[in-house]
Design a protein around this ligand. Structure first.
Ligand SMILES: [Cu+2]
Length: 104
């Protein structure tokens, strides 16, 4: 039993060493930065720095996601699972968009 626990914690360390975290801010009805290059397995943290809700999503097949209603001050983390271009939009504010390039 002890061996299994040790193996599990070693794996967790190995994964977290390779995966980077990137922050995307939503403020003034805009994503910042406007473009971002990340690696497969990296995590994206969406921060809502506005006083109202956002709903970031992407229809790009490789990394399709929909955060849903994200309240002010809330952080939502998603993982980029496959390489490709990810065009991020906000379902509430049509003028909001940014692009994430995911590479191997
Ligand atoms: Cu929005």
């Amino acid at each position: 039993m002890k061996k299994i626990i040790l193996l599990a914690s070693t794996l967790t360390v190995a994964v977290s060493m390779h995966a980077a975290e990137h922050v995307i801010s939503q403020k003034g009805k805009a994503f910042a930065p406007g473009t971002m290059k990340v690696k497969v397995g990296d995590k994206i943290i969406f921060k809502n720095n506005d006083g109202f809700a956002h709903n970031a999503f992407s229809d790009n097949e490789a990394n399709e996601f929909d955060i849903g209603m994200q309240k002010p001050g809330q952080d939502v983390t998603i993982e980029m699972k496959k390489p490709g271009k990810v065009e991020v939009e906000c379902a509430i504010h049509p003028n909001m968009h940014m692009t994430i390039e995911v590479v191997e």
